[in-house]
Design a protein around this ligand. Sequence first.
Ligand SMILES: Nc1ncnc2c1ncn2[C@@H]1O[C@H](COP(=O)(O)OP(=O)(O)O)[C@@H](O)[C@H]1O
Ligand SMILES: [Mg+2]
Length: 393
Amino acid sequence: MAEIVLDHIEKVYPNGFRAVHDLSLEVREGEFLVLVGPSGCGKSTALRMVAGLEEITSGELRIGGRLVNDTPPKDRDIAMVFQNYALYPHMTVFDNIGFALKLRKVPKDEIDRRVREAAKILELEENLDRKPGQLSGGQRQRVAMGRAIVRQPAAFLMDEPLSNLDAKLRVQMRAEIARIQRNLGVTTLYVTHDQVEAMTMGDRVAVLQAGVLQQVDAPQTLYDHPVNLFVAAFIGSPSMNLFESELSEPDADGGITVAFGSQPVALDPAIFESRPQLRSYAGRRVIAGVRPEDVDDITLDGSGLPPEQHVRAEIELVEALGSEIMAHFTIDAAAAQTGDPDAIDDVGASEQTKCVARLDPHSSVRLGETATLGVHTARMHFFDIDTGEGIWD
Ligand SMILES: Nc1ncnc2c1ncn2[C@@H]1O[C@H](COP(=O)(O)OP(=O)(O)O)[C@@H](O)[C@H]1O
Ligand SMILES: [Mg+2]
């Protein structure tokens, strides 16, 4: 086992494209670290540099304290699991798992022991004599994991290993890979574009955008404390509602409102405890954010939000999911530019932001009606309009 340290790593491809910029990141010993970001942001490039499959332009890479920039892949003591887990179709599961050991001339009884041990962990014992063609997608993925496990590497590197599986299997394998990693305690760097995968699997999650690291934190910290607009928009489903707004000057009692388009909404004073800097933004334009679950139907008991924290919203779409209702509405404020290429913000409609509220399933909001919604303003998010940085302390 070993930690992986990326120290100011750069990657400039021969055509001059800078795919990874000044990446400093530490995967601690035994940790499951997920590198997440939109397609094309440089995740695979970063992972391939760690694996030794891609040259490092500058910076230092250390595995287990050893500088390995110029070490060939086979001498880095790592095992990689890819999205396309190309198994050898003519070989049995046993031979597929043991192949790398055979190449290394590991004694036969040692191969036998390690393959059976891996098969046990992966619950593949019954399938050792089968060929990959006779396996389900999930079983094939586990064989690919088995090939990595038997090598007893210092670290696992995984590049979107679940993206070829159907949705249900993906959820199941997500839990399984996380469980196996925890049992083995092998340092793991896992790459995905899927933020739900990142949140559910990682001890910590590193968010990458356009080759630049944005934030590294435990999943809940990323969610509660995004350092900038990009992370705020990228983490969470449905996404945080983000719009341009203005904070009022303090009133006689020091109260400040935040504009939801033409509707001022009172900020709960508690927000100034978690975001002391916010006071200095009174009277200024900001980017405001509200998580869908921080909006309530005030006609139901329990929201307890005073009228000053209500907004009127014409409901344009209601998705009743049984466990919750997604109510869609539009506010007359410009949408924030988050830099997330997957964001559905309608850039053309400059003074309109589409918003989503995640309501209690017993809410009586109706399509086409104007609903009164309560906003938990103590849990709102705020960002500097020029820099996109979170306004904290
Ligand atoms: N060999 C290459 N030459 C030039 N650009 C490349 C090369 N490989 C990848 N890229 C570019 O680098 C960026 C990052 O690619 P990649 O690391 O594969 O992204 P991700 O895995 O996050 O989807 C992309 O814009 C991609 O087009
Ligand atoms: Mg990739």
